[in-house]
Design a protein around this ligand. Structure first.
Ligand code: ZN
Length: 499
């Protein structure tokens, strides 16, 4: 059976590509964690050389011929091999259908556009960035057209890039339903006489913060034999299961920021650590997409680590480490600070109640831009209008408004929805696992997370990209992705605190 030999070639080739990709990612981590300032130019050249090599490897005509041959024998292949071929086709088309000329123009624009955005944000002047955003939208449309997606479908193409199987119409439906319940819930919480104070933390030594969050993330199940935690300006998680690189940042007056951002990245890291290592580079060894990834980080960060059972275990240890610093702060004040809800304009500082509203705002604007319902020049005005409607405030300047996020400067459209979809999915998974694995909260009270992690490994991690986003949710939870579990969870968690 010659096609079996071809399948072996394809698997070996994808594995090698996976190694090259993880090497690229390691260089990226190093750039943000270790790189001496004077070495940036050299690193840029290394990254460009490696990107060129990876692109040539990923687009070899030989691979295209293998795929055609294997697709001709699809029904004879094992189920696993069918997934590998299907996902290799998706990646191969993505790498080959976009012309080298478009790729080059995009790389050049990204660099100029990033600097224009950073300068415009500093001066709080959107008009300086607007021409670059227009250019990014044109290139995004051009890229989508390479796949036959034009007009409104171009936005669907970009959404599907991050979250296979999703489109703008489906997301619009979920967001409409979510906002109907979430806007009044958020308003009621914000009007509550109960107020969380987040300014009660002062001078928490960074070394002790780090010791605490390492204890916590180890207990959650992060494998430090196959991963590291370092410091960077913005927290992130990169790498593959065999070698995960997470980062965090420390502020002596905000120990909860480093703790929860580390737990968040740990959720991402444990997903990667749960993907089958022997499937590296194939569709079976890769995450489904951004929304599923975010469901993992948010579940650990919010449903688990902001809960009373979690803190009933960890508060004594936290107090033992920070006896002086926590003097005068009651358990209830601490718990309220962990679950503070505030009206403020910046997405990355938003709590889990308000965060989703920040995302809906961006989704509506992106969709309107792609559908040509609004022009780029109108963005600040429309942003202010939507911000009033959803968040109950108007940004004081563009830096607090449409210039606050980096995403559009790199042409990353259709990415924002993943964050909110991840929140919905996390709540839906949490609802399901509480029935499937009874007594989890008692586990958390005892500082044990193994049963939860094993369930996630079994239901989500081990499958890689076998199922697309919606199919995975349907299989695990028995129904389509829905905002109802998120609303129920927020009502329960925040209602009991504030209402
Ligand atoms: Zn994340």
């Amino acid at each position: 059976m010659p096609y079996m030999k071809t399948m072996e070639h394809l698997r070996a080739d994808l594995h090698r590509l996976g190694l090259l990709h993880s090497t690229q990612s390691l260089l990226g981590w190093d750039e943000q964690v270790n790189l001496p300032a004077g070495s940036a130019n050299h690193r840029g050249q290394q990254a460009a050389a490696l990107a060129d090599l990876v692109h040539r490897e990923a687009t070899r005509p030989e691979v295209g011929a293998w795929l055609v041959e294997l697709e001709g024998h699809a029904t004879a292949l094992s189920e696993d091999d069918q997934v590998i071929v299907r996902e290799a086709r998706r990646d191969y088309d993505r790498a080959t259908r976009i012309s080298p000329d478009l790729v080059q123009r995009k790389v050049a624009l990204d660099s100029h556009s990033y600097h224009a955005w950073a300068a415009a944000r500093k001066r709080r002047d959107f008009s300086a960035f607007a021409p670059f955003l227009e250019r990014q939208l044109e290139l995004a449309a051009e890229e989508a057209a390479c796949f036959g997606k034009t007009g409104a479908a171009a936005y669907d193409y970009h959404i599907d890039k991050h979250d296979p199987g999703l489109d703008a119409g489906f997301i619009q439906g979920l967001f409409t339903e979510l906002s109907r319940d979430l806007v009044p819930l958020a308003a009621a919480i914000l009007e509550s006489p109960v107020r969380a104070r987040t300014d009660i933390f002062r001078n928490f030594p960074v070394e002790k913060q780090e010791a605490f969050l390492r204890e916590v993330t180890t207990a959650l199940g992060f494998d430090y034999q196959h991963g590291r935690l370092d410091r960077s300006l913005h927290p992130f998680c990169s790498g593959v299961g065999a070698d995960i690189r997470m980062t965090t940042r420390f502020d002596p007056d905000n120990p909860l920021d480093s703790l929860f951002s580390s737990i968040h990245e740990t959720g991402h890291g444990m997903y990667e650590q749960g993907l089958p290592e022997n499937r590296l580079g194939t569709g079976l060894g890769q995450a489904v997409g951004m929304a599923v990834h975010e469901s993992q980080s948010r579940l650990w960060e919010n449903q688990i680590s902001r809960s009373r059972p979690f803190w009933s275990h960890w508060e004594p240890r936290f107090r033992a480490l920070f006896a002086e610093e926590l003097k005068g702060i009651s358990s209830e004040e601490l718990y309220l600070a962990i679950n503070a809800v505030e009206r403020q304009p910046i997405r990355v500082d938003a709590d889990e109640v308000m965060y989703n509203l920040h995302i809906m705002l961006r989704f509506r604007l992106e969709r309107a831009l792609f559908n040509r319902e609004i022009a780029v020049a109108e963005l600040p005005a429309v942003w202010a209008e939507l911000s009033q409607e959803l968040l109950g405030l108007v940004p004081e300047h563009d830096g607090e408004g449409c210039l606050q996020d980096i995403h559009w400067s790199g042409g990353a459209f259709g990415y924002f929805p993943s964050y909110c979809l991840g929140n919905m999915m996390a709540a839906q998974l949490w609802e399901t696992v509480q029935v499937a694995v009874p007594g989890l909260e008692s586990d958390f009270e005892a500082g044990r997370y193994g049963r939860l992690l094993r369930w996630l490994r079994q239901e989500i991690h081990q499958h890689g990209r076998r199922y697309d986003t919606r199919e995975l949710v349907r299989r695990v939870t028995g129904r389509d992705l829905s905002p109802a579990p998120l609303i129920a969870y927020l009502r329960d968690r925040y209602g009991s605190l504030y209402l």
